[in-house]
Design a protein around this ligand. Structure first.
Ligand code: NAD
Ligand code: IPM
Ligand code: MN
Length: 352
């Protein structure tokens, strides 16, 4: 029996995870998976009512009793600093040491690409974002707060262990998939310590993979090339902050945040899966959110858990929704969140 913790979270997280669950259940009805979904109510509502974000014991529970975690999104206008979201999301990434943020950028249909004359084969790469270090560690402080002399320090932490393991993971992924190119992006021309470490580690590890072409870019140039020549990329590895930024950019190359899935992986332990998008308060509660990113996230999770066949059916369901334009409004469709999810689940249940 495999156990999955399902944490919808806030805003559209709740709406899209409901559709992702439907897709999992549809795949299960076609061929039974020995899978238990355990729903948990962490998020803004719980935080506002009880002050609890995610208790320390929960992480032990994940480690000991779960095979994966499926999350929606966190962020709520009633919590202006979104401290609960930081605690839950970054807490999970850090405490479970989910050092691989796996974010594929794959154009599923030409009509979704905002670039001229780019086809699915031109936009098909994977970003590996370091997920446990960088500027996300919360090291720093504020001195003389609120005064004209205020000083704010936000440190970026880069460790050799942390940098090496994500870079090695990216090369190993490329080798396993028969890919031939890995790009690394940093800002070592301005950040001469931390990013120099990235630069050196990248070329050291590249030597272990002589058949793979290793190319270094400065992050600004890489962002430009993602638009100009996305076909240049097969695998990109970068730090936590740059990875965050370029995966929203990458999501748009695919057709938007409504289509972008991600995994937060600990190759030796329990992993967490979530769409790239946030809680989208601007459209929350209106049945407008695109559930496809969450459904593709469920697909990614099922593959990770070894349910290849069921994952394949979910992918087919999404592809059929795309072919027949059974999509939400931001992609030019006429369906709401639930109706799009129902269509996809219907296909999963019945297609051959
Ligand atoms: P967002 O991703 O929530 O939304 C950005 C824009 O994309 C919005 O206009 C939104 O309507 C649109 N969008 C996002 N997902 C969509 C979907 N599935 N279908 C259709 N449109 C979609 O980013 P934001 O507005 O910067 O942040 C909102 C809140 O979410 C903040 O509190 C932020 O911190 C949080 N956030 C959480 C996560 C997470 O939990 N993983 C990720 C990103 C942002
Ligand atoms: C993401 C989000 C998070 C991040 C925020 C909500 C802290 O933008 O998962 O991409 O920056 O990692
Ligand atoms: Mn982000």
């Amino acid at each position: 029996m495999k156990r999955v913790a399902v944490i919808p979270g806030d805003g559209i997280g709740i709406e899209v995870i409901s559709e992702a669950k439907k897709a999992i259940q549809a795949a299960n009805s076609r061929k039974k998976m020995d899978l238990e979904l355990v729903e948990m109510d962490y998020g803004a509502e719980k935080y506002l009512n009880s002050g609890v974000t995610m208790p320390e014991e929960q992480y032990d529970d994940f480690r000991e009793n779960f095979d994966a975690i499926l999350m929606g999104a966190f962020g709520d206008p009633r919590v202006p600093g979104n401290e609960h979201a930081k605690d839950i999301l970054l807490g999970t990434r850090f405490k479970l040491d989910l050092y691989v943020n796996f974010r594929p950028v794959k154009l599923l249909d030409e009509r979704f690409c905002p670039l001229k004359n780019k086809k699915p084969e031109d936009v098909n790469f994977t970003v590996f974002r370091e997920n446990t270090e960088g500027v996300y560690v919360g090291v720093g402080g504020i001195f003389k707060k609120g005064t004209p002399d205020e000083v704010a320090i936000q440190e970026e932490i880069n460790t050799r262990k942390g940098v090496e393991r994500i870079i090695r993971h990216a090369f190993q992924f490329a080798e396993n998939r028969g890919l031939t190119r890995v790009a690394m992006a940093d800002k070592s021309n301005a950040m001469q310590y931390g990013h120099n470490l990235w630069y050196r580690c990248f070329f050291e590890i590249a030597k272990e993979y002589p058949l793979i072409k290793a190319t270094h870019y400065y992050i600004d140039a890489l962002a430009m090339l993602m638009i100009k020549e996305p076909e240049k990329f097969e695998v990109i590895v970068t730090n936590n902050l740059f990875g965050d930024i370029i995966t929203d950019l990458g999501a748009q190359l695919q057709g938007g945040l409504g289509l972008a899935a991600s995994g937060n992986i600990n190759p030796e332990g329990v992993s967490m899966f979530e769409p790239v998008h946030g809680s989208a308060p601007d459209i929350a509660g209106k049945n407008l959110a695109n559930p496809v990113a969450a459904i593709l996230t469920a697909e990614m999770m099922l593959r990770h858990l070894g349910y290849e066949e069921q994952a394949g059916w979910i992918e087919e369901g999404v592809m059929e929704a795309i072919r027949s334009n059974k999509l939400t409004s931001e992609l030019g469709g006429k369906l709401g969140t639930r109706e799009c999810g129902d269509f996809i689940s219907g296909i999963i249940r019945t297609s051959k």
